[in-house]
Design a protein around this ligand. Structure first.
Ligand SMILES: [Zn+2]
Length: 272
């Protein structure tokens, strides 16, 4: 699933390509991918100018003039991108936004778990999912970050994945940051020392910034705004590396399950 760095990369890549362009028409091939009424969806955005593209948590958001917001959740395999003009919609292309300069934005999703939704500014703030998102890890202060976890009994990996506690972190960046901080994913939040919370805070930020700089991590389907892969998967320390040697101490990496997700850990560097 695209996480914070991947969606950030898409937003930064798309914004300069579409800002100040107007949506001339919308082709909806699979209306069920739209959360809400597909006809109203078209009415809301046709002849509207795009003024900003940004990210909140794992959501990709287009702001339109006239205070309408087009929101994508890419889930497992969703892609929002601008293909070359010769590219025709395939069976995984569910919505195409035709822009006034002849370019188009494709929303594709092989597994159809993703969706696009539309809100007025007021409704966006009232949307429960949006309103209950935790703070952004690249914006939260050290003190606030520590407070988020130090009073909770849940296992730290599960807490990191909980979008209501902190937004945008998924399996990859949780595993990488916990390894960097030397914390076992099953450690309860309220058992972490101030030092460990400090290490987690800095390492989570560091890995997210590095991943954004590398254009995100590509495996499975993630691609950026122009369809290119990211490079951060080449820098993974532990994620998906069960059976390989720990990059720090050479112990064989193992897995454990937390919150239904597989975690890759070094049993020597990340003690329970
Ligand atoms: Zn190790």
């Amino acid at each position: 699933m695209p996480e914070l760095p991947e969606v950030e990369t898409i937003a930064r890549g798309i914004e300069p390509l579409v800002v100040n362009k107007t949506i001339n028409n919308i082709s909806v091939y699979y209306p069920k991918i739209i959360a809400g009424d597909a006809e109203l969806f078209q009415k809301t955005f046709i002849r509207q100018k795009i003024v900003r593209v940004w990210r909140r948590a794992k959501l990709l958001i287009f702001d339109l003039a006239g205070s309408a917001h087009l929101v994508f959740h890419l889930k497992m395999t969703g892609k929002v991108w601008l293909p070359h003009r010769d590219v025709r919609p395939d069976k995984h292309t569910h919505v195409v936004f035709h822009l006034d300069d002849g370019e188009s934005i494709f929303f594709q999703d092989m597994r159809k778990f993703g969706y696009c939704a539309f809100y007025s500014t007021k409704d966006l703030q009232l949307w429960n999912f949006f309103a209950t998102l935790g703070p952004e890890p690249l914006e939260v202060s050290h003190d606030e970050f520590s407070r988020l976890f130090s009073s909770r009994k849940g296992r730290i990996k599960a807490l990191l994945l909980d979008q209501k506690i902190i937004a945008g972190v998924g399996n990859i960046y949780a595993d990488e940051s916990l390894f960097m901080a030397g914390i076992h994913p099953e450690t309860p939040g309220n058992r972490l020392s101030a030092r460990e919370l400090g290490l987690l805070y800095h390492n989570l930020k560091e890995v997210l910034v590095q991943a954004i700089d590398a254009g995100g991590s590509s495996f499975r389907d993630y691609r950026n705004a122009l369809g290119y892969s990211g490079r951060f998967q080449e820098s993974f320390l532990v994620y998906g590396k069960k059976g390989e040697c720990c990059p720090r101490c050479k112990t064989i990496l193992q897995t454990c399950k937390v919150a239904g997700r597989t975690s890759c850990v070094c049993p020597a560097c990340q003690r329970k």
